[in-house]
Unconditional design. Structure first.
Length: 443
């Protein structure tokens, strides 16, 4: 990443300066040693054009002070507030010993001034990123304490990685992450790059490199090799990254669904992705979510599922068509292709789809008998709720497979021996994306 401080981040910094005092603690120069801003100057939106037009010396985070910035005490207070105000997190504060270790780990997170400044930008201009990161930190620490005998130093490193895991998102155009926004293929590289951006930011500081920066780099990897940015597998992925990836998945469920559905959603998600995540940690997470939502009523879930019953057959049909379409596409393509790179991508797609089909079959979802599946659950509230969730999560699992194929295609194109995917494979990817977008997640 040539310019850590791209226009999106500089805009966030200068907009923060419109709301609170952001002042230079030293002069800011261009790479050509031309002074842009004097020491002691107020930085706000009026300086945006001047700052964004140049590569800066020193880095912008290193030469600015901000009024009421993030400190360890602020982090502790914000974490405590989340624990006190969010009913779903009540179980995390129920054990005084665990709570004490959690808050102590947050207290001891290293906060260099540039990273504290960056967190202040997140809290001020991207509060959804800041709050998500704090929630992930709390869940990750709970999983770690319950699953491993970690020293306090190890817990602190995990807390820092969890808090900073999405720091690279500050350099992504905010509009791309707007709820409901569907990313175009040309835009996805921004999202895939954020673990790399976070790593590059953190490796500049000895306090975060290499233990913490490595975890940030790997938090979107998956044990089966389907993650990014490097497609690491199994033991190649650090323990802390394996904890962090599950904590982030859990928080994604918490943030996107009614609380009473969390356990069912998480159980289905982990079953569909059982090769992607650490099984023992997954079981711990299910137990945690079960404790979080103990006593919640399921009446609303049943009502929602029955309301969606009429949409069940077409949703099932669309999923079945994605699989059958691939079978025909793969058979035709495998008989004609001579290119090793594109053959490998098609084999990966075939392997992922075959594994997903087996998992769905084990869950009682026969893709060749979709009408029978719909009839079997039509009068069973519990089964209908689970199938409703299963369809939604299968859709996202298929979308992940499609995105993995595009990532691999991009990597192949960057290789001198690579070539674009042939029309049959590209056609399947495009048709499948269209089919999967027709029926949103109802659960």
């Amino acid at each position: 990443m040539d310019r850590l401080h791209d226009e999106h981040y500089v805009r966030a910094v200068t907009r923060m300066g419109d709301e609170r005092a952001v002042v230079t603690n030293q002069p800011i120069f261009t790479r050509n040693r031309i002074k842009l801003v004097n020491q002691g100057a107020r930085v706000d939106s009026a300086l945006f054009d001047r700052l964004v037009a140049h590569k800066l010396i020193p880095r912008i985070d290193e030469c600015l002070d901000v009024e009421n910035g993030i400190t360890r005490q602020v982090l502790r207070d914000d974490a405590r507030k989340l624990l006190d105000d969010d009913p779903a997190l009540a179980v995390l504060r129920a054990d005084p010993g665990l709570l004490g270790r959690t808050l102590r780990a947050i207290d001891e997170i290293p906060l260099t001034p540039p990273i504290a400044f960056k967190l202040t930008v997140a809290a001020s201009q991207r509060p959804e990123v800041y709050n998500h990161s704090l929630r992930v930190t709390l869940v990750a620490l709970h999983l770690a304490v319950k699953s491993f005998f970690l020293s306090q130093k190890e817990l602190t490193n995990l807390a820092a990685a969890a808090l900073l895991h999405d720091i690279g998102i500050l350099h992504i155009p905010p509009d791309l992450l707007r709820p409901g926004r569907r990313l175009q293929k040309s835009e996805r590289h921004h999202l895939y790059a954020h673990p790399i951006s976070g790593y590059l930011i953190l490796r500049q500081y000895a306090e975060y490199h290499p233990e913490i920066s490595r975890t940030v780099f790997e938090h979107h990897e998956r044990l089966d090799g389907s993650g990014y940015p490097r497609g690491l597998k199994g033991g190649e992925i650090s323990r802390d990254a394996q904890i962090l990836m599950l904590a982030e998945v859990a928080n994604t469920v918490f943030e996107s669904s009614p609380q009473s559905q969390n356990l069912a959603k998480l159980s289905v998600l982990l079953r569909l992705n059982h090769k992607k995540f650490n099984r023992d940690l997954g079981n711990r997470l299910i137990a945690l979510v079960a404790a979080m939502q103990s006593g919640h009523r399921e009446d609303d879930d049943h009502s929602t599922a029955f309301a969606n019953l009429s949409r069940l057959p077409p949703r099932l049909d669309e999923l079945a068509h994605v699989f059958s379409d691939w079978s025909e596409t793969f058979r035709t393509f495998s008989q004609s292709t001579k290119n090793a790179a594109t053959s490998l991508i098609s084999l990966v797609i075939d392997e992922r789809l075959a594994e997903l089909r087996r998992t769905l079959s084990d869950a009682g979802f026969d893709l060749d008998q979709v009408e029978a599946v719909a009839d079997a659950v039509s009068e069973d509230p519990e089964a209908l709720v689970e199938l409703d969730i299963l369809i939604g999560e299968t859709r996202w699992q298929l979308t992940d497979i499609i995105h993995e194929a595009y990532r691999r295609m991009s990597d192949a194109l960057n290789d001198s021996a690579g070539m674009p995917l042939p029309p049959p494979i590209l056609g399947w990817l495009e048709r499948s994306e269209t089919r999967l977008s027709q029926y949103p997640r109802y659960s």
